[in-house]
Design a protein around this ligand. Structure first.
Ligand code: NCD
Length: 301
């Protein structure tokens, strides 16, 4: 597989291979350098901390090097009017692989059409975030020991949140998982994803009561309300704060279950939840490095 563009590319045997490779990366000796001499470019047109740093950390842990622009929207030639196609054609001459995030859905696909080297989609506006979905499912596998027969509750901004969109699509590769969507009315999961889930036989339903949903959960995946995608501050404020996971909410969660969040968090998980062993989100962020190491090995060969 050359480019990592969308979760539709991933099938169950490939996922199992990737997870085994991520386990191997977790234990990779510091002096092993399978990608020595290779260069990864990280080109981000939208803010990021985790995704960019974990890609860069992954490449460095593989013994490779990184060139980077963290604010390509302002600090690259985009501000001078250069097209994504021209920028990426040029960067593909400087690097062996490119991790790219863009604010416009579809820009990554345009980059792929002109790039000679593998491109990894690191977030495509409100579209997809496939490497996050991979690290999310890997986290479930690593924490719970299985990816089948689970009740997964997705909470928060399911309309604009690309991580829940991508993870929902990826769950088609599991067996017998059920999804519960818990979202304020204005940001419910969109019909496109619901239609795809229906067509592939993944059971889902919507629930307004977060505590009731948590009672039957194996995984609760909380998300941030995506402020930057709202038309006005008032629309954002009307939705924010509807579903908060705090110590009281945690009393409804089974002992074996976990709380995940792609981060960054604003106020949708209270900080007093962080010390609960079921709070898996910082472990999840760390898994991003191992999964991205495995992915880079895959596309770089
Ligand atoms: C997410 C994103 O950028 O889509 N963050 C991430 O990649 N870990 C989620 C978010 O911004 O809320």
């Amino acid at each position: 597989m050359k480019h990592i563009l969308a979760v539709d590319q991933f099938e169950r045997p490939w996922l199992e291979g990737l997870f085994a490779e991520a386990d191997r990366m977790r234990a990779l000796p510091r002096d092993a350098a399978p990608q020595r001499g290779k260069i990864l470019a990280t080109i981000f047109y939208e803010p990021s901390t985790r995704t960019r740093l974990s890609f860069e950390s992954a490449m460095i842990r593989l013994g490779g090097n990184v060139v980077s622009t963290e604010n390509a929207r302002e600090f690259s030639s985009a501000i001078k009017g250069e097209t994504v196609e021209d920028t990426m054609r040029m960067v593909s001459g400087y690097a062996d692989a490119i991790a790219m995030r863009h604010h416009e859905e579809g820009a990554i696909a345009r980059a792929v059409s002109v790039s000679d080297v593998p491109i990894l989609n690191a977030g495509d506006g409100p579209g997809e975030h496939p490497t996050q979905a991979l690290l999310d499912l890997y986290t479930i596998h690593h924490e719970i020991g299985q990816i089948d027969d689970l009740n997964i509750v997705m909470v928060g901004d399911l309309k604009y949140g690309r991580t829940v969109r991508s993870l929902s699509l990826l769950l088609r590769q599991t067996n017998n998982c059920k999804i519960t969507f818990v979202a304020p009315d204005a940001v419910r999961m969109r019909d496109d994803i619901k239609g795809v889930l229906d067509a592939s036989g993944v059971l889902w339903h919507e629930e307004a009561d977060l505590h009731a949903a948590m009672e039957g959960a194996d995984v609760v995946y909380q998300t941030r309300i995506q402020k930057e995608r709202f038309a006005s501050e008032a629309d954002y404020l009307a939705v924010k704060g509807t579903y908060v996971i705090d110590a009281e909410a945690m009393t409804h969660l089974p002992q074996h279950a976990i709380i995940m969040h792609p981060l960054p968090r604003v106020d949708e998980i209270a900080v007093d939840v962080d010390d609960d062993p079921r709070a898996a989100y910082f472990r999840q962020a760390r898994n991003g490095v191992y999964v991205r190491m495995a992915l880079l090995n895959q596309v770089l060969g």
